[in-house]
Design a protein around this ligand. Structure first.
Ligand code: AMP
Length: 219
C-alpha cells in the first residue's frame, strides 16, 4: 500500500508514519529526514538545502523529485511506502503521478491530518528526537518514559531541529498554506483524499488512520 501523509508542519505526520511503519510492512519516506541527512553529510544537495531549510522555505522541486525517484525504487519499498513531507507543491504531485505511472505503482490514499494553525507553534517548539535512533518525542505531549532515556533504543542524547523555532515555524506555515494546501483539491479531485482529525490525541489519530486504511481494503 502506498500512502501520503499530508498536513502542516507539526501535524504529527512523522509520528504516525513511524507507527504505520511498525504496524504494517511499509517504509517511511521522510524528505525532511533525507535532507537533514544530506546536510549532515555535507553533500552537494546538503549544502544547497541547509540555508533553505533554516529559513523555513522549500527546496526546489527538481531536487526533491529526484530524491524521491531514487528512493521509491529501492527493494525495501516493494510492499509499500508512506510519503511524509512529499509532495509539497502541485508540481511535485504531478511529477509523483508520472513517476508512479512509469513504475507501474499506484497511490492508495492521501491522508490529510487537519490541524488548526493555533496549536502548531507549541507542538513544534516542544519537539525533540533521539540522536541515536531518531525516535520523536515532545516535552509535553509525548515525553520519554524515563527522563533523558530514549524509549526505543536506550540512548541518552537528544537533539532539537534548528528550524523548530517560532520564527521559522511561521515561515514554514506560510509555505504550507501557499504551496502545499493546493494539494488538497488536487487529490480530492482524484478521489484519494481522506481526512483525519489531527487535533485529536496521538492514539486517537492512529485509530482514525487505521479506520481509513481498513475502509480502503474493502473499497
Ligand atoms: P520536514 O521535516 O518535513 O518538516 O521538512 C523540513 C524542511 O525540509 C522543510 O521546511 C523544507 O525546507 C525541506 N523539505 C522537506 N521536504 C520537502 C519537499 N518535499 N519540498 C521542498 N522542501 C522540502
Amino acid at each position: 500500500m502506498n500512502l501520503i501523509l499530508l498536513g502542516p508542519p507539526g501535524a504529527g505526520k512523522g509520528t504516525q508514519a513511524q507507527r504505520l511503519e511498525e504496524s504494517r510492512r511499509l517504509v517511511q519516506l521522510s524528505t525532511g529526514d533525507m535532507l537533514r541527512a544530506a546536510v549532515a553529510s555535507g553533500s552537494e544537495i546538503g549544502r544547497l538545502a541547509k540555508s533553505i531549510i533554516e529559513a523555513g522555505k522549500l527546496v526546489p522541486d527538481d531536487v526533491m523529485v529526484e530524491m524521491i525517484e531514487q528512493r521509491i525504487d529501492a527493494p525495501d519499498c516493494a510492499d509499500g511506502f508512506i510519503l511524509d513531507g512529499f509532495p509539497r507543491t502541485v508540481a511535485q504531485a504531478e511529477a509523483l503521478d508520472e513517476l508512479l505511472r512509469l513504475k507501474g505503482k499506484r497511490l492508495h490514499a492521501v491522508v490529510e491530518m487537519a490541524v488548526d494553525d493555533g496549536v502548531l507553534v507549541e507542538r513544534i517548539s516542544g519537539r525533540f528526537s533521539c540522536a541515536a535512533c531518531g525516535a520523536g518525542y515532545h516535552r509535553r505531549f509525548r515525553p520519554t518514559a524515563v527522563e533523558g532515556v530514549c524509549d526505543r533504543c536506550g540512548a541518552t542524547e537528544f537533539r532539537q531541529r534548528p528550524d523548530d523555532n517560532e520564527e521559522t515555524v511561521r515561515t514554514r506555515l506560510a509555505a504550507y498554506h501557499a504551496q502545499t494546501e493546493p494539494l488538497l483539491p488536487y487529490y480530492r479531485g482524484r478521489g484519494v483524499l481522506r481526512t483525519v482529525d489531527g487535533m485529536a490525541a496521538i492514539d486517537d489519530v492512529t485509530a482514525q488512520i487505521g479506520t481509513v486504511l481498513a475502509a480502503l481494503a474493502t473499497d
